[in-house]
Ligand binder design. Structure first.
Ligand SMILES: Cc1ncc(COP(=O)(O)O)c(C=O)c1O
Length: 421
């Protein structure tokens, strides 16, 4: 199954509709089950997007002009300076052999230096850093490295679907907690505490947040770190959007708020959105050595690391070139956001105020369901936006607009939605 920001999501036809008796789920009572019936897969949640995907395909087939602001996949190319480094590395025979399993030593060193310079946190590049095949891969394998069958994991309701899906695939139980507008889309720590029990192993958080754009400050990170320390729960921050800030502010990483030798924390960073590199598949995890090491052990059984030429390029991107590159990548978004937010607000939509991520999180008109609204936007004005419930039931009443289409498309989308309702 894909994540909602993979380009395929709008056309996903969803999982097969077959179901098995839950009592057969991984029990020895079902030794004769059909090979094609796999309880764990059937427990994966269905996708809400098939109806919109079909409507989009139909509109395109009928020749309608469709502006797609659904997907969070940067429209602009990877900076030329990085493509040049990659081209040289591809020609280097040292890159043609199996990569180092936990990551190239040069890249891990560059990551440690970058974390120190950018986020004021010191990590041991050997034991506290792990290179990933994109952060989705790390998030997907993490529960497998921490859970025993039947353990539970706290996942945000409003969140990237991979947290819950990976938990199910690892034989765990996802327990959802709400992210509410009145709390700035941060979790209520009392609610979190009430959900934790002796079998809670992991807490997934994602700040800056997709889809809302909410940001967590270091005070919040300190409080949630203390809670997880007390309750012996591994704290994960999915930091895929940490550097995507449209007003020059620096959202806080979890890592400086924790004691990395004592607290069971891990943060996953990604080069995908930082450098328009979604197709390259490169990210990294940093945190407590044992949490990082256990994830590395799972990966040793599954993948053989990232192409060394890609790792060489990543080391360059995080090094000297970083500030200028990031600035040039982010330069595209503030004007797009301003145009879109102005159009939405003029049309009476309520927009969640945020300068983080390249999404605009917006309320649907009163008395309308998110999915109906998004379907109507496609049918009436040829605009694809993502319905909030695609991120969990807590997204009902909201929709998400992505700013990762061309300036022209964002302006056209703003014009269409601004003059509609
Ligand atoms: C919240 C969040 N986390 C992680 C990812 C995965 O990013 P990648 O695997 O490209 O690093 C995405 C992708 O859209 C995302 O939205």
């Amino acid at each position: 199954m894909t994540g909602v920001d993979d380009p395929s999501f709008l056309c996903d036809i969803g999982p097969a509709d077959r179901r098995i008796d839950p009592r057969d789920f991984f029990t020895s009572e079902s030794p004769n089950r059909e090979p094609g019936i796999v309880g764990r897969l059937d427990k994966l949640p269905p996708y809400l997007f098939s109806a919109i995907g079909a409507a989009k395909a139909k509109a395109l087939a009928e020749g309608a002009s469709v502006v797609d602001l659904g997907i969070g996949d940067p429209d602009r190319p990877t900076p030329a300076a990085l493509v040049e480094v990659m081209a040289r590395a591809v020609a280097d025979p040292r890159c043609h052999r199996y990569p180092a399993q936990r990551g190239d030593a040069g890249l891990k060193q560059a990551i440690a230096l970058w974390l120190e310079k950018r986020h004021r946190v010191r990590v041991d590049p050997v034991n506290q850093v792990l290179v990933l095949v994109g952060s989705k891969e790390g998030l997907g394998h993490l529960p497998m490295s921490c859970l025993e069958e039947g353990d539970n994991v706290l996942v945000p309701d409003l969140g990237y679907p991979v947290y819950g899906q990976a938990t199910i695939l690892a034989g765990g139980e996802p327990r959802t907690f709400g992210l509410r507008a009145e709390n700035g889309f941060l979790p209520d720590l009392e609610e979190l505490s009430g959900l934790m029990d002796a079998r809670t192993r992991l807490l997934f958080l994602n700040y800056p947040n997709n889809p809302t754009g909410a940001v967590a400050g270091s005070d919040f990170w300190k409080r949630v770190t203390v809670l997880c320390r007390e309750r012996k729960v591994i704290l994960v921050n999915d930091a895929a959007y940490l550097e995507v800030s449209l007003d020059g502010s620096r959202p806080a990483s979890l890592l400086p708020s924790a004691d990395l030798d004592a607290d069971w924390v891990i943060e996953l960073h990604s080069l995908s959105k930082m450098f328009n590199m979604t197709g390259w598949r490169i990210a990294f995890a940093a945190g407590h050595a044992e949490v990082v090491g256990n994830l590395a052990r799972v990966k040793e059984s599954i993948d053989s690391g990232v192409f060394t030429a890609v790792q060489t390029t990543a080391a360059h991107a995080l090094g000297e070139a970083f500030d200028g590159l990031l600035e040039s990548v982010l330069a595209a978004y503030p004007a797009r956001r301003a145009v879109m937010v102005a159009a939405l607000e003029n049309a009476g939509f309520e927009v969640f105020d945020s300068a983080a991520t390249f999404y605009v999180w917006c309320r649907v008109p009163e008395n309308e369901k998110s999915l109906d609204f998004c379907r109507r936007a496609l049918e009436e004005i040829g605009l694809v936006v993502t319905p909030g419930p695609g991120f969990g039931p807590g997204g009902e009443g909201w929709f998400r607009i992505s700013l990762t289409a061309s300036d022209e498309d964002v302006a056209e989308g703003a014009r269409r939605i601004g003059g509609w309702r």
